[in-house]
Design a protein around this ligand. Structure first.
Ligand SMILES: *[C@@H]1O[C@H](CO)[C@@H](O)[C@H](O)[C@H]1NC(C)=O
Ligand SMILES: *[C@@H]1O[C@H](CO)[C@@H](O)[C@H](O)[C@H]1NC(C)=O
Ligand SMILES: *[C@@H]1O[C@H](CO)[C@@H](O)[C@H](O)[C@H]1NC(C)=O
Ligand SMILES: *[C@@H]1O[C@H](CO)[C@@H](O)[C@H](O)[C@H]1NC(C)=O
Ligand SMILES: *[C@@H]1O[C@H](CO)[C@@H](O)[C@H](O)[C@H]1NC(C)=O
Ligand SMILES: *[C@@H]1O[C@H](CO)[C@@H](O)[C@H](O)[C@H]1NC(C)=O
Length: 175
């Protein structure tokens, strides 16, 4: 019995729709996007890398400015992904990062095939959990200040074809 009201209602709804899709606040989807990058943090890699970053003390930390949750992790410096956007390589050399390998949560890096952290002032020990990087093919931790034993768990990595622990203070031999 009130068609004019229906028309008015439709007009208001149409106006709201136009405003909602054209309003400059649509730039707000930027914030949503960054949240969903975290939401898609497969295996917790982003969390693991940002945690590790926050533990670093070297002057080279400024070189890791791309390691920011507002940027997709596949675009971070030192990181490479496969076509399915899984992180397959962490490769950084000669950045003075001054950190410890223990602070990097290896359980998140199931797909890593290349790990190069050479001459970045790493200290402490090599965690046994490095043996969880089951797809690792290339491992270079040379020219750091790593100490302690070479973890026997490295023997679990079936496909490891290149290993360089040169110029560290490690003990023991490759299992
Ligand atoms: C390491 O990552 C795994 C997988 O995301 C998680 O379950 C575990 O709690 C993490 N460990 C630490 C010490 O943060
Ligand atoms: C991440 O990037 C945003 C946007 O560029 C910036 O405001 C923020 O300070 C950065 N966070 C860190 C920890 O660098
Ligand atoms: C690591 O990165 C450097 C510089 O981008 C590159 O020359 C080198 O081939 C990479 N190493 C591996 C094992 O991918
Ligand atoms: C190691 O890294 C430092 C920068 O932190 C650089 O000056 C030096 O030349 C590098 N050494 C080698 C052998 O690459
Ligand atoms: C990772 O490696 C450690 C030490 O080798 C082992 O105790 C642990 O169960 C492994 N974690 C996973 C999730 O496989
Ligand atoms: C072992 O590494 C080679 C590259 O050297 C790769 O082509 C192959 O797929 C890897 N195999 C496994 C089981 O990860």
């Amino acid at each position: 019995m009130a068609p004019p009201l229906t028309i008015l209602l439709r007009a208001i709804l149409a106006l709201i729709f136009v405003l909602a899709t054209s309003h400059p606040l649509i730039g707000h989807s930027y914030v949503t996007a960054s949240t969903s990058i975290i939401g898609n943090d497969r295996g917790g890699v982003v969390e693991a890398l940002l945690k590790w970053k926050s533990s670093l003390k070297g002057q080279g930390l400024s070189l890791l400015s791309s390691w920011n949750s507002t940027i997709p992790s596949c675009s971070w410096v030192g990181i490479s992904c496969d076509s399915s956007r899984r992180i397959v390589s962490l490769n950084m050399s000669s950045y003075n990062l001054n950190g410890m390998l223990q602070n990097l949560n290896f359980s998140s890096f199931r797909d890593l095939t290349t790990l190069v952290l050479a001459n970045i002032s790493l200290s402490g020990t090599i965690p046994h959990s490095i043996g969880n990087l089951s797809k690792l093919n290339y491992l270079d931790l040379s020219q750091n200040e790593l100490s302690g034993d070479i973890p026997p768990s490295i023997a679990n990595i079936a496909n490891l074809s290149y290993v360089d622990f040169g110029i560290n203070k490690l003990e023991g031999t490759l299992p």
